[in-house]
Write a new protein. Structure first.
Length: 273
């Protein structure tokens, strides 16, 4: 385990272990799983403002994409002018090219600590006792391709986690496509009332169409396939880490759905307009 994460992982270990001890009289053998879920949800709640700010940045990027594309085409042979024009556009819109990236980078250390905790056999030089607990008889420290094998009863528990995880990833990708399509369909501010009405009507029609058809996601197949790497990571990690990834991915889906509802407060990263 990298030394930079040693202290926070140790602290997280004591937190989850404490929850496990509290829940054991009520939940028995599944107390550790419940503790993993509870702590993961608590961490994601703490990080929600950053998640919503990242979504806000993604929405701004989708809204500005046509204008940025036009600038790149217009100033293709003038890179310095292109940079100035792009910077001016971002400034006018009150955003930046890093608006969707920075919040995710700020979340990374804490999420990494949680993932390392649930995949580390030792914490602070001692055995990670959390991994000695089980789910449906499968130790949380076991791996899908080890032990009884991938097609055993133990393997079926793993396959159930993978199936749920893949389903959540698919829903998250689909919702992200719809969110991007809705933002792209919103017309730009009109220069005249008549033109604005025409654009609004066209935008409404486009929005209706995107709800019936899959949105076109920039980046092609790679962008669509990349989120499923989470399932691949879970396949080579202990069951505890797979459960953490499942809960965290499910929470991300809840966040996207809540953002799309438009009920996010401005201080938390919601739209100010």
């Amino acid at each position: 385990m990298p030394s930079i994460f040693g202290v926070p992982v140790d602290a997280a270990y004591h937190l989850v272990s404490g929850f496990t001890s509290i829940l054991t009289p009520l939940l028995g053998g599944v107390a550790a799983v419940a503790a993993i879920i509870a702590v993961t949800v608590a961490v994601r709640l703490l990080l929600m403002p950053l998640s919503f700010r990242a979504f806000r940045g993604q929405a701004a990027a989708a809204r500005l994409a046509p204008q940025l594309q036009a600038l790149r085409k217009r100033y293709a042979r003038q890179p310095e002018r292109l940079q100035r024009e792009m910077a001016a556009l971002y400034k006018r819109e009150g955003t930046s090219m890093f608006a969707s990236i920075t919040p995710f980078l700020l979340q990374w250390p804490l999420l990494s600590v949680m993932y390392l905790l649930f995949r580390s056999a030792q914490v602070g030089g001692k055995p990670n006792t959390l991994l000695a607990h089980d789910l449906l008889g499968v130790p949380l420290g076991s791996h899908w391709l080890a032990g009884a094998g991938p097609v055993s009863g133990q393997g079926l528990v793993f396959l159930g986690v993978f199936a749920l995880l893949a389903g959540l990833v698919w829903l998250s990708v689909r919702l992200s496509q719809l969110m991007t399509a809705q933002v792209a369909a919103v017309p730009a501010p009109a220069r005249s009332p008549a033109r604005g009405a025409a654009k609004a009507k066209a935008g409404a029609g486009a929005a209706s169409a995107t709800m019936a058809q899959p949105a076109q996601v920039p980046g092609g197949v790679l962008v669509k396939v990349l989120p499923y790497l989470t399932v691949v990571i879970a396949a080579f990690a202990p069951l505890a880490a797979g459960i953490y990834l499942l809960v965290s991915t499910g929470w991300s889906l809840v966040e996207r759905r809540f953002w799309r509802s438009g009920r996010v407060p401005g201080w938390m990263g919601g739209s100010s307009g």
